[in-house]
Design a protein around this ligand. Structure first.
Ligand SMILES: Nc1ncnc2c1ncn2[C@@H]1O[C@H](COP(=O)(O)OP(=O)(O)OP(=O)(O)O)[C@@H](O)[C@H]1O
Ligand SMILES: [Mg+2]
Length: 250
């Protein structure tokens, strides 16, 4: 592949007690390329995200953004460098409005100098509106997050990422449990983003979505990357598919 490598994890490992959750995994995210992380429950997919974003520190290995180490940096520092992520459990502010949930994703912390002063605030409001429009949530701007439907919370989580303007998105099961219409909207959202140059890494169990969106699939099992390739190569590999469906608990 000729696209430049934006983000790389090289030879990273992390154990929890005796459990090797991620073992010597190398993952390269290339500019504008959609990479899916696939594999059964407990394969280490979310842990790999946590190791990249500073939510966990690897026992071994390197994490680099454009060739510069981001190892041991705190999650908010990593986010400020342009790596936005969503969480499997979404982590929304339930009692806050949809609008404020999105604003909070980009609002500078009050004790820091606010770049741009009031014009900065106006620019952030525009970003929130752009993100709400992209996710179809404009009409729900004033609704509290707890009052949203399941699909709406998934799109709110996406709006929080879009608003940051981050060029790299790490999405942890963003489409799980979506109805077919919402799923198509989600696929379009990611396609629009990649067309605009965003680099996406997506953890996804739904192989239809993976097939539709992914340029590359990295297949993990029991903490190891067993294979990486095009969707045709990975999904056409009977051995991997047997591991995938054989070990699914859901
Ligand atoms: N903080 C932690 N402490 C102890 N064990 C953990 C921790 N985080 C993850 N694990 C374990 O590490 C392994 C990998 O978990 P991880 O959440 O990365 O899997 P996953 O591939 O995201 O699975 P799923 O598809 O179910 O979300 C699992 O056995 C899990 O129980
Ligand atoms: Mg997970």
């Amino acid at each position: 592949m000729s696209e430049p490598i934006l983000l790389s994890a090289r030879g990273i490992s992390r154990s929890f007690g005796g459990l090797a959750a991620v073992q010597d995994v190398t993952l390269e995210l290339r500019q504008g390329v959609v990479t899916a992380l696939a594999g059964p429950n407990g394969a280490g997919k979310t842990t790999l995200f946590n190791l990249i974003t500073g939510h966990l520190v690897p026992d071994r290995g390197a994490v680099e953004l454009k060739g510069e180490s981001i190892l041991r940096q705190k999650p908010h520092k990593v986010a400020l460098k342009g790596i936005a992520r969503s969480f499997q459990d979404l982590r929304l502010f339930g009692s806050m409005s949809v609008y404020d949930n999105v604003l909070a994703a980009i609002e500078p912390t009050p004790w820091l100098w606010q770049p741009g002063g009031s014009s900065g605030a106006a620019a952030r409001r525009l970003e929130v509106e752009r993100a709400l429009a992209a996710t179809g949530l404009e009409e729900l701007a004033g609704t509290r997050a707890v009052d949203l439907s399941y699909a709406e919370t998934k799109f709110l989580s996406m709006a929080r990422i879009i608003a940051t303007g981050a060029p790299i998105w790490l999405l942890d099961e963003p489409a799980s449990g979506l109805d077919p219409a919402s799923r198509s909207r989600f696929v379009k959202l990611v396609r629009d983003a990649t067309a605009a140059g965003v680099t996406v890494c997506l953890i996804e169990h739904n192989l239809d979505i993976v097939t539709e969106l992914a340029d590359r699939i990295a297949f993990l099992d029991q903490g190891r990357k067993l294979a990486e390739g095009t969707p045709a190569e990975i999904l056409g590999n009977a051995e991997l598919i047997a591991i995938y469906f054989g070990e699914r608990r859901e």
